[in-house]
Ligand binder design. Structure first.
Ligand code: ADP
Ligand code: MG
Length: 388
């Protein structure tokens, strides 16, 4: 596979923060990046060398992107598979439409994971009224999750009983869903991994993730699990990638139960929030790795140099103490930056909204307990709940 040399153009579908960090990493390697995103004020569009403001299925825009770039990828998992297929007529596209299609649909995803011999949470596929009949009482309490377009806990309804599941499915417009048993989780962990066109693959150290309100709040890396669990998670990620013939960076989210069993929650066909730590704590970031795969370069070293704790910064911070209901409070960045080992990343979003990801801070230190202590100081400066 010929390497695409620095100075060439790489293309990106999607303009969010994951795309912004990809642009910066690719540019640092000497590439130019063209972003296609419908917005005029997107985090990635603002740093791209060229921004095409158009819909993802606009064929003229996709053609322009494909002719400009030698290789393209996506930072947005709900990009229409048809857009990736169309783009592939003009340039090399990874991951391919088939892989993204699996990760976009919880039903296809769960079938694929199960067929790969890897466990998922007990669930029932709900596509029609009949699927709600004779539900096993063991499935409750449960979460009804829309099969498509869910993120940050959106499109999910907790349900205690079969009747509640029935009502929730109707309220969701009878769209295809999975009804999943709500499990007692000991931990949530994730593995960011990366696979090249010739099938070589590497994983980053696991992160241990805590969510608040369905949104990732903190990630601790390396995760506090024993080596056996970490290896099982890494192996499962690599098995899934090779069975999909996946090319690119991806993330597998896992549930760890009290008996140490490991279940796959979901697969993201792109870099992941829980892998932000790789920018500051690893030799190679997940975003640089994404550029390396696209350009057929050797994969980078995924070693972690220092333990890290990542805190997500949501738009809610801008509403602190607001009596008018407006986002008027600018968080105290100077106090954050005064903490040793605290690395601030802001995504350049003009408008703060509640629940909107505005940035993150990664705290690195020679030991995990010091990294946690630094993260606690950052959390105090931002008035957010610390990592524990
Ligand atoms: P999203 O696509 O929004 O990330 P997830 O299915 O990953 O959706 O759910 C978001 C979070 O909700 C998970 O990280 C986990 O904390 C919690 N959650 C989801 N499914 C379950 C479950 N079956 N049991 C317990 N907690 C769950
Ligand atoms: Mg998730």
């Amino acid at each position: 596979m010929d390497a695409i040399p620095p100075g060439s153009w790489l293309g990106l579908l999607g303009g969010g923060q994951l795309g912004r960090m990809f642009c910066m990493a690719a540019q640092s390697l000497g590439y130019k990046v063209c972003v296609l995103d419908p917005g005029h004020d997107s985090p990635a569009g603002a740093v791209a060398d060229y921004h095409i403001a158009a819909d993802y299925v606009d064929e003229a825009a996709l053609t322009e992107l494909g002719l400009c770039c030698r290789a393209a990828t996506t930072e947005f998992e709900n990009v229409p598979a048809a857009a990736l297929e169309f783009l592939a007529r003009h340039c090399s596209v990874s991951p391919d439409a088939a892989s993204v299609a699996i990760a976009q649909d919880r039903i296809a995803e769960k079938r694929f994971i199960t067929a790969s011999g890897i466990g998922v949470a007990p669930h029932r596929v709900i596509e029609r009224e009949d699927d709600l009949r004779a539900l096993d009482a063991q499935l409750f309490p449960a979460i009804l999750k829309s099969a498509r377009m869910g993120y940050d806990g959106k499109g999910q309804v907790p349900v205690e009983t079969a009747d509640a599941a029935h009502a929730a499915w109707h309220a969701m417009g009878r769209m295809p869903c999975v009804l999943e048993k709500k499990l007692a989780l000991r931990l949530e962990v994730s593995v960011v991994a990366c696979r090249t066109k010739d099938g070589s693959a590497v994983t980053f150290p696991l992160s241990e993730n805590a969510h608040r309100g369905g949104i990732l709040a903190t990630s601790i890396a390396p995760a506090r699990v024993d080596e056996v669990i970490a290896k099982r998670a890494r192996d499962a990620a690599l098995t899934l990638a090779s069975r999909m013939n996946y090319v690119g960076v991806f993330c597998v989210e896992f549930f760890v139960l009290s008996d140490d069993s490991l279940l796959v929650n979901e697969i993201a066909p792109r870099p992941h929030n829980s892998g932000h730590y790789t920018i500051d704590a690893c030799v190679t970031s997940q975003y640089e790795q994404q550029a390396r795969v696209m350009a057929n370069l050797p994969l980078g070293d995924t070693s972690q140099m220092m333990p890290s704790v990542m805190l997500n910064i949501l738009g809610d911070q801008w509403f602190a103490g607001s009596t008018s209901g407006e986002a008027t409070h600018e968080p105290d960045w100077l106090s954050v930056l005064a903490v040793p080992g605290a690395k601030l990343h802001l995504y350049g979003k003009r408008e703060a909204r509640r629940g909107r990801k505005m940035g993150h801070v990664t705290c690195v230190a020679p030991t995990l307990s010091e990294a946690l202590a630094r993260a606690q100081r950052v959390a105090g400066a931002l008035s957010i709940a610390p990592a524990t």
